[in-house]
Design a protein around this ligand. Structure first.
Ligand SMILES: *[C@@H]1O[C@H](CO)[C@@H](O)[C@H](O)[C@H]1NC(C)=O
Ligand SMILES: *[C@@H]1O[C@H](CO)[C@@H](O)[C@H](O)[C@H]1NC(C)=O
Length: 279
């Protein structure tokens, strides 16, 4: 299975779909920035998600199938020297462009009004493929929001619940956070779920792309490496395994950062690894 096919809801994946459904296979993409604010340790989180949106949008996934969860307090923050523009690299292009601002802030906060309306984030069925990129601050077995936490058990329980409710054919989850490996420790390998953590269970994940004029880091090492790979390789040819191998190699060397000495980090694979290899 090639990543583009995964992203586009490919034929080869829909063959594995359940026979009783006539629905064509779709791909749903969820991009979630779990933290907010224009500051060190904040900017890069939303910028990662915006750049991911640009890359995925460029691959032809319809906007109605791309769900972006973000606080949306960066582009028009009073501290932003370029109102309405967010960059992911120094002197980089605007990655905020075309972002549809929807009310997912409410969902992140567990807005009771939205819950009451029964608003579903991902309206996927058994033939569909789901890709999730989630970036946040983390600690062992937890990722945190400005209000509340998600524990590793909760995350795996939610994924199991989706699987039991036939909400996907295959699901791929990229998680970028400190100690993110700890979140997937109990993920079974028989749920058609393949997960990648940006660092192992006991190490930090780092930001990069220091911007001297903005005084913030613009990106995460993991997102930087992943999206660079997407933009510079032929995604129709590259498997998720090859992408992982590439990121692993790239993240194992310290970045060049004038402000501090960054350390290598080690992404880890979890779940059903056959998905990464293309079966
Ligand atoms: C960004 O642009 C400034 C001004 O043109 C230039 O001095 C600087 O070297 C550039 N930095 C990078 C990393 O491209
Ligand atoms: C996690 O990474 C750290 C270094 O960053 C290393 O010392 C440790 O052995 C790694 N743990 C595993 C389980 O690979």
């Amino acid at each position: 299975m090639k990543i583009l096919l995964l992203l586009l809801g490919s034929l080869c994946l829909s063959v594995n779909g359940l026979p009783f459904s006539d629905e064509p296979s779709k791909t749903w993409v969820v991009l979630c920035a779990g933290w907010k604010g224009y500051h060190l340790g904040g900017y890069s989180i939303q910028a990662n998600v915006y750049h991911a949106y640009q890359v995925i949008h460029a691959q032809g996934i319809p906007d109605e199938n791309i769900i972006v969860m973000h606080y949306d307090d960066l582009a028009y923050n009073e501290l932003n020297p370029t109102p309405g523009i967010v960059v992911h690299k120094v002197n980089g292009t605007d990655v905020y462009k075309g972002m549809k601002s929807r009310n997912f802030l409410g969902v992140l906060k567990g807005d009771p009004e939205l819950v009451k309306k029964g608003k579903r984030l991902v309206n996927s069925g058994p033939n569909d493929n789901v890709f999730v990129y989630f970036v946040d601050h983390g600690s062992p077995n937890v990722v945190s929001f400005p209000v509340g936490y998600i524990y590793g058990e909760d995350l795996v329980f939610a994924l199991k619940d989706m699987q039991q409710n036939n909400r996907f054919s295959k699901l791929v989850f990229y998680l970028e956070a400190c100690e993110s490996g700890s979140m997937f420790r109990i993920l079974p390998n028989d749920l058609n779920i393949y997960a990648v953590s940006s660092s192992n269970a006991t190490e930090l994940s780092w930001e990069c792309n220091w911007d001297e004029s903005r005084k913030v880091y613009l990106g995460g090492y993991f997102a930087n490496s992943w999206l660079d790979d997407c933009e510079h390789r032929d995604l129709q040819q590259e498997s998720l395994q090859e992408q992982f191998d590439h990121m692993k190699k790239q993240l194992d060397i310290p970045g060049s950062d004038p402000k501090r000495e960054p350390y290598p980090q080690h992404p880890v694979q979890y779940g059903d690894l056959s998905i990464s290899k293309g079966s």
